[in-house]
Design a protein around this ligand. Structure first.
Ligand code: PEP
Length: 252
């Protein structure tokens, strides 16, 4: 089966102002003629406060807006949180879940991630599920074990695999400038797909898109995307630049 590529831009808490964000979107618009939208989906994750105000401009580029996180509960006394249904209500149909910064800086466990995925499935939300090992885990030969554990926690919660994209993001590659080699990424993502086949069946393994994330730039993306198990990218730092569109057009 051929899978449509998908590129995500995770802005984290950047840029400093919504005006700068709008300027960036205007820059991207100039590069749109280079992108074949039939080949690539693009989802952009702005800071939560701006999701609503930027959604129209992002959609006008043929892209989707994606939250960077979502709460694991329904509506109630959860100060500072938002629910999967809240996102649907403001026409945001994507969210990241389990980004390594959420796991390491905010203590999100595999069980938390699984609960969030369950809420998104109930609300019909698309999820980019982030998984990946630390440097210590890679050096200890535990890469596949960690990915299986993180993904395995979520599998029982998934009823609709069309709404799940996996982002393999080795923690040691995120924001470090130390990108995985195409062979390293391919080997790990092939193992993730093999595990999906074992745990969720061949049809699921065949159709679920697996992004690579970690220091992707316009200079290293062309070789990575030639690998059969790399279905696109989740991009952090390089998604804050006009040249993000070079990455999108290299894929689509
Ligand atoms: C990320 O935060 O998901 C990420 C991949 O960041 P960067 O591209 O900056 O490494």
């Amino acid at each position: 089966m051929s899978r449509k590529f998908i590129v995500g831009g995770n802005w984290k808490c950047n840029p400093a102002t919504v005006r700068e964000a709008n300027t960036l979107l205007k820059e991207w618009k100039k590069a749109l003629p280079n992108v074949d939208k039939s080949k690539v989906d693009v989802v952009i994750c702005p800071p939560a406060l701006w999701m609503s105000s930027l959604n129209e401009s992002i959609e006008a580029l043929g892209m989707s807006t994606c939250a960077q996180n979502v709460g694991k509960n329904d509506a109630g006394a959860f100060t500072g949180e938002w629910t999967a249904s809240n996102l649907q209500d403001i026409n945001i149909s994507w969210t990241l879940i389990g980004h390594s910064e959420r796991r390491t800086k905010y203590g999100e466990s595999d069980a938390d991630v699984a609960e969030k995925v369950a809420k998104c499935q109930d609300a019909g939300l698309n999820v980019i599920l982030c998984i990946g090992e630390t440097l210590e885990e890679r050096e200890g030969g535990k890469t596949d074990e960690v990915n299986k554990r993180q993904l395995g926690a979520v599998i029982p919660k998934v009823k609709d695999w069309d709404k799940i994209v996996i982002a393999y993001e080795p923690v040691w590659a995120i924001g470090t400038g130390k990108v995985a080699t195409p062979d390293q990424a391919e080997e790990t993502q092939a193992a993730i797909r093999a595990y999906l086949k074992e745990a969720a069946g061949a049809a699921v393994a065949d159709k679920v898109r697996i992004q690579y994330g970690g220091s992707v730039t316009r200079d290293n993306c062309a070789e990575l995307i030639t690998k059969p198990n790399i279905d696109g990218f989740l991009v952090g730092g390089a998604s804050l630049k006009p040249t993000f569109m070079d990455i999108v057009s290299a894929v689509g």
